[in-house]
Ligand binder design. Structure first.
Ligand code: KG4
Ligand code: ZN
Length: 380
């Protein structure tokens, strides 16, 4: 490990999916500024992220977002010691915008540059000093960084994995999803239930209003830390289809004919779409789905922490924003559970800067030829 000078300040960029983000972080812990321009509204129209739209929007948002992040520094660029950016995993076109911008800025300023793994960045969100905000089962932020060994549960829109962390950069994957990522399952189930995009917060809200009834299957994959969520998603789909078929069979009063008798060219009315699912039933299914996911995630993370003698469980990624998952994991785990405040669970650049700090401290630097790696794995 190299001891970096006190006050070492990193400007980091994050563009792996649909958030254009820039942040300035000091000493790998103190957030000077963290700016996130979300494209959520743009993609919600399509029910998910459209890669081409995301890349173009990153290009438009990048300069103002970087300018705003730098405005947090009295000396501007003069106060920046190094630059970092996410280089994978993620959408290649989206990653390219952030990576190339960061490399160009570092090269032009003669600053060291490092590429960061997005999954590692999600984990390092738990190293950021969040000034007394809620950071897990130990309560409010105390400022003390986590101590190794740790078990990390990374749950995002694109990934679901359990990892053992023995030191900075020393990762061992214990298990991962064999099909859908948890966030992806939340998003797909929300779409089936007509709850919109992004699905995670919508399902959480619906579940809170539910009169719980019934359960949905859990894929335990015994003797493995792997996960599977596609069977659960299909179970919800079948239930929704059955419900809609039943609604269609119930005879309704015949609608008034809409075809004009005066105009023989008038077209008959198009067949009506499947009936909307009723809100109370949707809430029950959202609740059962969330319980099923939370049960499996909490059980496996708790077992892994026990087996490997972890000092704490780090909950990371967009789905770590789920309040039910936070509460249940904290209730079951025999060790403290650490999670970042919601704004640092979903994609942001402060977490990229935190991860970059430990990469620089380990003596790492990336070359100008660093390319994006859309399928980059943790520990690669
Ligand atoms: O980490 P993230 O912002 O982007 C990726 O790297 O994928 O994660 C986004 C995912 C989405 O699938 C979203 O539905 C999910 O995180 N998410 C949630 C919640 N908030 C965001 N899932 C469950 N409960 C939430 N409250
Ligand atoms: Zn992410």
């Amino acid at each position: 490990m190299i001891t970096l000078p006190e006050g070492f300040t990193i400007l980091a960029l994050e563009t792996s999916c649909d958030e254009t983000a820039a942040a300035v972080v000091r000493d790998g812990r103190t957030i000077v500024s963290s700016v996130v321009a979300s494209q959520m509204d743009m993609h919600s129209r399509y029910g998910g992220v459209v890669p081409e739209v995301a890349s173009r929007q990153h290009i438009i948002s990048m300069a103002p977002v970087v300018r705003e992040a730098l405005a947090g520094l009295p000396g501007g660029w003069a106060d920046v010691h190094a630059v970092a950016a996410t280089y994978g995993p993620g959408l290649s076109g989206a990653l390219l915008t952030g990576l190339n911008t960061a490399k160009a800025m570092a090269w032009q300023r003669g600053l060291p540059f490092v590429g960061v793994n997005h999954l590692e960045a999600h984990i390092y969100a738990s190293w950021l000093d969040v000034g007394g905000q809620d950071v897990g089962s130990r309560g409010r932020g105390t400022g003390a960084p986590p101590e190794f060994p740790l078990v990390a549960l990374v749950v995002s829109g694109g990934h679901t994995l359990l990892a053992l962390l023995r030191g900075h950069g020393d990762y061992h994957i214990l298990g991962q999803t064999r099909d859908d990522a948890v966030g992806e399952a939340f998003d797909k189930v929300a779409r089936i239930l007509g709850l919109g995009y992004p699905g995670g917060p919508a399902i959480q809200r619906a579940a809170e209003s539910a009169q719980p009834a019934g359960t949905l299957p859990r894929a335990w994959l015994r003797d493995s830390y792997d996960f599977s969520f596609s069977g659960l998603k299909t179970a919800v789909l079948h239930k929704a289809q059955e419900r809609q078929e039943r609604e269609t069979r119930i005879p309704k009063p015949a609608p008034k004919p809409k075809v004009s008798h005066q105009d023989p060219r008038a077209q008959p009315v198009a067949p009506s779409p499947p009936p909307a699912l009723d809100a109370a039933w949707v809430a029950q299914i959202a609740h059962a789905f969330q319980e099923s996911v939370v049960d499996v995630l909490s059980a496996k993370a708790t077992d892994a922490a026990r087996q490997h003698g972890a000092t704490a469980i780090i909950l990371a990624g967009g789905v770590a924003a789920n309040t039910r998952l936070r509460a249940e994991l904290a209730r079951r785990a025999g060790v403290p559970v650490r999670f970042p405040p919601i704004a640092l669970c979903t994609d942001n650049a402060a977490m990229v800067a935190a991860a970059a700090f430990y990469r620089f401290a380990a003596g790492a630097q990336s070359g100008w030829d660093l390319d994006v790696t859309p399928n980059l794995r943790l520990g690669a």
